[in-house]
Design a protein around this ligand. Sequence first.
Ligand code: FES
Length: 185
Amino acid sequence: MAEPPARYDPDEITIPPDGRPLEDQPKWRRDFPVDWPEDQYITRRDFVKFLILTSGAFAAGQLWLLVSSLLRRREEPGRQAVARVEEIPVGGSLVFDYPQNSPARLLVRVDEETFVAYEQQCTHLTCPVIADVEAGELHCPCHEGIFDLLTGRPLAGPPRRPLARVTLEVADGAVYATGIEPRTR
Ligand code: FES
């Protein structure tokens, strides 16, 4: 039976079943050593391989984020029925998805003729905003953020950016979402 190399602590190594030294063992055994010293030993080649793989994964991740954000920007959400007009009384509101499976939007009926809709997540820390039609505001209860009901612009509290607005169309007794305006500062 082969003696283990001198640099090993005999208590930390396992003698392979065939007794041959590690160098003569099959590749799978050399790649996945069970002994502590071999497991801790990293060659320069392994280290470079690790660096290349992690850098490659990082670059691929960044590229994927870039491409998916470009594709998302180009996607037009299209026209989607949100509610019948009579379902929402003046001062009432409704939460809906637009486009499907996106973050919640809030539709508010301001008066007989006027509907507005925005993303529902506050631009401070994404708490859902609540409509206060009498005050002409959208209120975020988390940190008392306030947005203008007709424009979505921040009026008070920590939010600095306006709510993204959903464009609407009222036709044939129904309210339709038709697009999302880019958020402006
Ligand atoms: S999350 Fe809305 S004000 Fe902070």
